[in-house]
Structures are given as C-alpha cells and as structure tokens.
Design a protein around this ligand. Structure first.
Ligand SMILES: Cc1ncc(COP(=O)(O)O)c(C=O)c1O
Length: 391
C-alpha cells in the first residue's frame, strides 16, 4: 500500500494478473543492461560473463521447482511455455497417438492451443471439474486410451485458486506411460512444486507472477521428454527454443525465483493470513456474498473469488478503482471478453452470481491495513450500488 499525494491509498489486489517487480530483481536487471550486456553465445570474455549469468539463472529457476538446471528451457512467458509443451509433444509423438487429456478450466494459453491441435486432427478430452473447481483423478484415468500421449492439468487455477491434485494425476500418468504437463504459472512461489517428488514431466512457469519481469518464462522438461521446437533458428536453449536469450529478463527471473524459493513458507503463510482476514471481513460485513471456488483454507493462499449478489463485477471494479483499490473480474486475459468466465461457468455459476464475481489476488507487498481498508470501502460501495439498483 502507498499513500499518494492527496492521501489516496493505493491497494493492489490483482497479483494474479501481474506483480510488482522486486527491487533486488530490478537492480540485477540494470546491471545486465548497463554492464553485462554480452551475448552468451559469443566466444570472448563478455560472452562468457553472460553465459555465467545465464547458468546461474537456470539454476535458480530449476531450484524453485526442485528440478535439474539442464531441464529448464527459457521462453517468452507462460503462454509460450504452454504452447511449446502441447505442440512440442503433439508433434513429436503424433505417430504414437493423437489423444490429449486436459480440463475445462485451463488458461486460454492451453485451451486455445488444444483447439488448434483439434483442427489439426488431434482428439482432446476435457475433464469437467466439481463445484470447487477440482479435477477428479479417477476421471483422468478413465479418459486414458491407447492413443493418449499427453495429460495437461494446471496446478492452481488462476481465477478461483483451486489447487489440483497433480501428484495423484502424475502417478496415473506414470502408470499408464503418458506424459504429464503442469501449468504451474499461478502455483510457483505460492505452494510447493517439486518435479521430482511430484513426478512431473513438464512444468510451465512465468516470471511476472512471482515479482519478476514480464515477457520471460520457462518450460521444465524431465530427462525422458523429447519435444519438437516451435521456434527455429540458431539453436539456443538446446535447439528447443532458438533466439538470442532475453538476458535481462532471464537474470531477473533467476533472482525472483531464488527469492520466491527462499521465502515460500513465509510468503504462503502471510498470504493465507491476509486472505482469511479479507474473507472474514467481507462475509461478516456484507450480506449476500458468495465464495466462488474452494473453501478459503483449501485454495491457493493468494486468490479469493467472491460474488456480490445484485452488483455487476465490472461496476464494482471501477467503484473500487475510484478509491485506489485494484481488483479483477476474472483473469486479466478474459476480462475484456464477453459472455462470462469459462471457469466460473464450469463450477456452475449463473445469473447475477456469474456477473457479480470479483477476483482479489494478494501479493507480498500487501498488508493487513490494505485488507481492512478494502473491506471498509467494499461495504460502502456494495451498499451504495445495491441501493442505486433498487431505485
Ligand atoms: C494459469 C496461467 N497460465 C498461463 C498464463 C500466461 O502467462 P504469461 O502471462 O507469462 O504468458 C497465466 C497468466 O495469467 C496464467 O494465469
């Protein structure tokens, strides 16, 4: 929270859309931009220095998910990582089979790739979720057939914060000899992701959700996975992702990953504390509210999705913005689309509960004071908008 000029508070509660970059990350990025600007492929000293920085970043990102540094392929973000995982596996295993399993509540960077693959002859089974947004591992197992080459399920849903049973799904995938990809963009740095313990074959990550810069991410590949590239060129990133590496971004991602790993427990406890305070405040101060998704303590620590009956989400979003509070109606990607969120529809929301949903997403810079201010303003705005509507 900040006091700006005329004492207007600023409370940023849209951390699932993106996060504020940490100072340590900016400092290291500036060093790369100003001094260590070499190309890691160059054979001279400047190139060698850059290669060292690239290696260090790779180790830090790998460490965040308990993986081997050689398994990290740097990309331009979560979207590219998801595209690379799905198209890369589909292309490399198309002789073996043409069936993919995913869920109805994945991010558009999965769902739209699957649509593209379906147009190219692949078959996709979309597993439906329960009222809390959970995938049932049994449904995944039942959907596997002899043509199944890949299962892709997210670790944490970006709109409602459901934590999916990825460890159980991974065991099913292993038992059936099918590759398992996890979109962990919203999970990394908030809950434990450990590729060895959880037996994950592929994991997508994005720097800007963990207080790193935008436009950089990674796809983790376990030793067994062979995928076809989707970008061709000079052979960087083990020939899987050509193009001169985004060094400032990658180095920033490395620092953000190291800090996220070091503070995982502390951050997740802090965020859960703030989330509980927010929900207790909302549910005790405001009538006719509905928690969308998992019970507060069962979901990811940073995402709370609430519907305010009789108030349109978008109207409330702008009313809060007037008081310096930034929230979202769904995911940042779907907020400008018409027709309501595919995730909220998948968990059975209809009518004014669907239209009245607000996503609050917390980050490391939020304070209890932010939460209390938000509850106070919410109460006033919701009361006002409901009265206004009745007139
Ligand atoms: C679950 C999930 N996957 C993928 C992405 C895409 O990541 P990026 O913005 O780095 O492309 C997002 C971003 O909102 C996300 O929430």
């Amino acid at each position: 929270m900040q006091n700006k000029g005329m004492m207007i508070m600023e409370v940023y509660l849209d951390n699932s859309a993106t996060t504020k970059v940490r100072k340590e990350v900016i400092d290291k990025m500036l060093e790369v931009l100003e001094e260590e600007y070499g190309n890691p492929s160059s054979l001279h000293r400047k190139g060698y220095q850059a290669e060292k920085l690239l290696k260090e970043a790779r180790e830090n990102v790998a460490c965040l998910i308990g993986g081997r540094p050689e398994g990290i392929i740097f990309t331009s973000g979560g979207t590219e990582s998801n595209n690379l995982a799905l198209i890369g596996v589909a292309e490399s295993l198309k002789k073996k089979g043409n069936h993919i399993i995913s869920s109805t509540i994945e991010h558009p960077s999965i769902l739209n790739v699957l649509k593209f693959l379906e147009e190219s002859g692949f078959k996709v089974t979309y597993i439906e979720v329960d009222k809390k947004g959970k995938v049932n591992p049994e449904d995944v197992e039942n959907a596997i057939n002899d043509k199944t080459i890949l299962i892709s399920i997210m670790a944490v849903n970006n709109e409602i914060g459901t934590i999916e049973p990825i460890e159980e799904i991974a065991s099913i995938a292993k038992r059936n000899g099918v590759l398992f990809h996890v979109d962990a963009v919203q999970a990394a740095g908030k809950i434990e992701i450990d590729v060895k313990k959880q037996k994950l074959d592929m994991v997508s990550l994005s720097a800007h959700k963990i207080h790193g810069p935008k436009g950089v991410g990674a796809l983790y590949l376990s030793e067994e996975v062979r995928i076809r590239p989707i970008i061709f060129g000079g052979g960087q990133e083990k020939n899987i992702r050509s193009g001169t590496e985004n060094m400032p971004g990658i180095v920033g991602f490395g620092v953000a990953s190291r800090l996220a790993k070091e503070s995982l427990e502390e951050v997740s406890q802090k965020l859960m504390g703030l989330k509980k305070r927010l929900w207790e405040g909302i549910s005790s101060e405001i009538k006719d509210v509905h928690l969308n998704g998992p019970e507060v303590e069962e979901g990811a620590p940073h995402i709370l999705n609430v519907s305010f009956r009789g108030v349109r989400g978008e109207v409330l979003l702008h009313a809060l913005e007037e008081e310096g509070i930034y929230v979202s109606t769904g995911s940042a990607c779907s907020s400008k689309k018409r027709g309501g969120s595919h995730v909220l529809k998948a968990i059975g929301l209809k009518g004014d509960l669907l239209e009245g949903a607000i996503r609050f997403s917390l980050g490391i810079f939020n304070t209890e004071e932010d939460i209390d201010y938000t509850v106070d303003i919410l109460k006033k705005k919701v009361d006002f908008l409901r009265r206004f509507k009745r007139r």
